[in-house]
Write a protein that binds this ligand. Structure first.
Ligand code: TRP
Length: 362
């Protein structure tokens, strides 16, 4: 069986470091590993519209922001098909058939949907389209016969639902769809990068983000303001690591190489943590080191972004081509689905004869 990746993002804003360690970095590694036959990365505009119906302009503006973020982090259109969800209408048709295989109560139990409903104050009036987006996500994944879906843990319930839909579909209509596996980030810090205020998760609505496209200056300013240990009042006090942003960011970003390059005092993050915990290491020093690590990570990304910002029409060409490639793949799956469901009336040679017999031998 082919190894195929599909993943994507809603174009509701620029992507931030949470997206980077939670998914983008891994995508680029997988892309360059040569282990996958096909890789699709989708800008999920139709899904973004499920809770932004009154603001399509926001989605329209952010498609290029997300595409720029993709190209900047190293997603390579020669290896990865980047496309826009709404340009593949086959996905919508598939979702309509899948909706019959999922119960309302099943979606109501989806913890990610539950949280989102609360966050958006949708309790009293949930748009039907929003409620159905987990089902539409199952079409995104299965339309491309994805075997692997690299996403953050908040997306786990969607992959689980997709596997259920695949199971039910294949059971009713015969083996047709591929069951995908989720691929989660390597460590807890990457799974759930906190915002610079130490709040649970980096998120645009909380205003606690470092964006992939932030300048070196902006990043430094944000690192300086990062939440650390409120009890660590003087350098000599023993410090606490729990909820301490700079250390969590180092968990997510630093490598032993960084210590070799930028630190005379420590060979590893563990040594640095040990010094902090026993006292004698100031937050400023930790933050300075983090700035170096982040700058090393972000400098090549900024460079690529500066290039692509001068080549915007080319990006739309990449997207147009990606959409054509994606559409062909999804259409082939939809053909299989229609055949399996026996709703392929006009290319089913047996159908006419079957009906002729039915009515002539009365
Ligand atoms: N729900 C994802 C998010 O909010 C975006 C998305 C849509 C997606 N369809 C997908 C992710 C299919 C993985 C696979 O980030």
């Amino acid at each position: 069986m082919e190894k195929i990746i599909l993943t994507g993002d809603r174009p509701t804003g620029r992507l931030h470091l949470g997206h980077y360690v939670g998914s983008l970095r891994r995508r680029v590694e997988l892309q360059n590993s040569g282990e996958y036959d096909k890789i699709y990365v989708m800008i999920a505009d139709a899904q973004a519209l499920t809770d932004n119906a009154d603001n399509p302009e926001k989605i329209r503006q952010n498609i290029i922001e997300v595409a720029l973020d993709y190209l900047s982090v190293g997603i390579d259109p020669a290896k990865t098909t980047i496309f826009i969800q709404s340009a593949v209408p086959e996905l919508t048709e598939l979702a309509f058939y899948y909706m019959n295989l999922v119960t309302v109560s099943r979606v109501q139990r989806n913890p990610t949907v539950k949280t989102e409903i609360k966050m958006r104050n949708f309790e009293a009036s949930i748009p039907v389209g929003f409620f159905c987006y987990p089902v539409s996500q199952a079409s995104d994944i299965t339309a491309f016969r994805a075997t692997t879906v690299p996403v953050g843990e908040d997306q786990a319930p969607m992959i689980e639902l997709t596997r259920e839909i695949v199971g039910r579909f294949n059971n009713i209509y015969g083996p047709t769809l591929v069951e995908p596996d989720i691929l989660l980030p390597e460590n807890a810090a990457s799974m759930r990068l906190p915002g610079i205020d130490g709040k649970a998760k980096m998120s645009k609505s909380l205003g606690n983000c470092i964006y992939i496209s932030d300048s070196k200056k902006e990043v430094e300013k944000k690192v300086k303001s990062m939440y650390t240990d409120p009890l660590h009042l003087s350098v000599d006090d023993p410090g606490h690591l729990e909820g301490n942003c700079p250390f969590i960011y180092l968990d997510a970003f630093s490598t032993p190489d960084h210590f070799a390059r930028y630190s005379d005092s420590y060979a590893s993050l563990d040594e640095m943590k040990a010094h902090y915990t026993r006292g004698g290491l100031g937050d400023g020093t930790v933050k300075k080191f983090l700035m170096k690590v982040l700058d090393e990570t972000l400098a090549p990304i900024r460079e690529r972004r500066a290039y692509w910002e001068q080549h915007i029409p080319e990006i739309y060409d990449i997207l147009r081509q990606g959409c054509a490639t994606a559409r062909a793949a999804a259409a082939a799956t939809l053909d299989d689905v229609r055949r399996a469901m026996r709703i392929n009336y006009f290319d089913d040679d047996a159908l006419i004869n079957e009906q002729v017999k039915r009515f002539t031998n009365k």
